[in-house]
Write a protein that binds this ligand. Structure first.
Ligand SMILES: NC(=O)c1ccc[n+]([C@@H]2O[C@H](COP(=O)([O-])OP(=O)(O)OC[C@H]3O[C@@H](n4cnc5c(N)ncnc54)[C@H](O)[C@@H]3O)[C@@H](O)[C@H]2O)c1
Length: 262
């Protein structure tokens, strides 16, 4: 899909990767870019900069995602591309409180489900539409410092695959964006929880946005701004036990006080 004359909605559009996507889509000639974010001021700033529409939205609430879709559709007639990009990260494992597990699953997973519920009927009626899901390399591999992040991103990837399998022949395109380190507000948290190794090869959000536009043009399911992730995925698939042993060694380096060895 080319962006020219298209209507795009980007959640988490106020900062980081989402903001870079908004700017890039506008530069590519999108007819309209809708900037949705919990950070209403940030969304307003990005929208003002690119001549877009800001819609303050909490993507973990279905009613707000429906409101966003209704606002974008009534302002611009239709939504060609919906980017579910908003996300959060938190450290920890099974001990993380239920309310925090529910919070991250609400934002990193349920938001994609709410978006599909809201946009698919009109897209299916037209026989065309595109869903871009910002997931993470952690959805294909893992995040060693965060079970909630890994689980929510694996779930989001499973949902993206399912959507593509189920609706691909009905004209619905789906891409899963799975970057490793990207220098955004979230990045210092990843360095702390997953390791300094992410610093090498970390990308700027603008570089990710360039790769996204190329991936959308090719209508690729998996968009990998860090090509090495494809190699890690192959290693995982070809020898799962060896991959897990390697990840344990990495975990030991990053978190020497491994609770599994206490
Ligand atoms: N930065 C990285 O290294 C990295 C790597 C892989 C994947 N990702 C993913 O990229 C996406 C974007 O993250 P980023 O790196 O640009 O981080 P960021 O923190 O710069 O941006 C995230 C945006 O999401 C918004 N947001 C958070 N909760 C929200 C909610 N409930 N409703 C609406 N908006 C909400 C925030 O206000 C913020 O503007 C996330 O899904 C993240 O998991 C990031």
């Amino acid at each position: 899909m080319e962006l020219k004359n298209k209507v795009a909605v980007v959640t988490g559009g106020a900062n980081g990767i989402g903001r870079a996507l908004c700017r890039k889509f506008a530069a590519e000639g999108a007819r309209a870019v809708v900037v949705a974010d919990l950070d209403a001021d940030g969304a307003g700033r990005v929208a003002a900069e690119i001549g877009g529409l800001a819609v303050p939205t909490d993507v973990s609430l279905e009613s707000e995602v429906f409101h966003l879709v209704e606002k974008a559709s009534s302002a611009f007639g239709q939504i060609d591309l919906f980017c579910s990009n908003a996300g959060i990260v938190m450290d920890g494992g099974a001990e993380v409180s239920d309310s925090n597990w529910q919070r991250i699953i609400g934002i990193n997973l349920m938001a994609h489900i709410y978006a599909a519920r809201a946009v698919l009927p009109a897209m299916l009626a037209r026989g065309a539409g595109y869903l871009l899901q910002t997931i993470s390399a952690a959805g294909l591999l893992t995040s060693i410092g965060s079970a909630p992040y890994s689980v929510s991103k694996h779930g989001a990837l499973a949902f993206a695959e399912w959507l593509s399998i189920t609706y691909g022949d009905a004209g619905i395109k789906v891409s899963a964006l799975c970057p490793q380190g990207v220098r955004t507000n979230m990045f210092p948290k990843f360095l702390e929880s997953d390791g300094e190794f992410l610093r090498e090869g970390a990308l700027e959000p603008e570089q990710v946005a360039d790769v996204v536009v190329t991936g959308l043009a090719k209508e690729q399911f998996l968009i990998l701004p860090h090509p090495q992730v494809a190699e890690y995925l192959q290693r995982k698939a070809s020898d799962y036990d060896r991959w897990i042993r390697g990840m344990r060694r990495l975990r030991d380096k990053v978190h020497p006080r491994n609770p599994g060895k206490a």
